[in-house]
Design a protein around this ligand. Sequence first.
Ligand code: SF4
Length: 158
Amino acid sequence: MKNLEIYIHTPFCVKKCEYCDFLSFPADDATQLRYVKGLMAEMIFYGPLMRDYQVSTVYIGGGTPSWLNEEWTAALMEGVFECFNVAEDAEISIECNPGTLSRDKLLCYRDAGINRLSIGLQSANADELKLLGRIHTFEQFVTNYEVARNVGFKNINV
Ligand code: SF4
């Protein structure tokens, strides 16, 4: 069986950081939901073409994937599991920004099969975070990190 690694891009962010060159922008709920439905349609289309492949990693990147409603993220993960042959030990990551996470959201990720977090922290210095246009404080990062560990995430990239 051949190996497949899936990347799912979500281009939405609460606001644009000063230094950002990525394709990312704010969007209302209706736009985000339309995009999620588009991703589902892509998975339904590509899944049958990938029958000879086994998925070793899934990465939900952005943008700020953790800004999406967690129920939509869970639906996306359901789509991944239904459309593709995902290895039992697959590494399944989501990119997160402090300031967009909560305990409920992290529990939802865990229950949806996500087993790795990649948390964006550009600085531990309050003035630098402000200068970069980040939406969060260092303290928010620490709180998010502790909650993530607490609900069972052992694989966290910062
Ligand atoms: S959170 Fe990341 S993707 Fe979004 S604007 Fe900031 S740097 Fe760009």
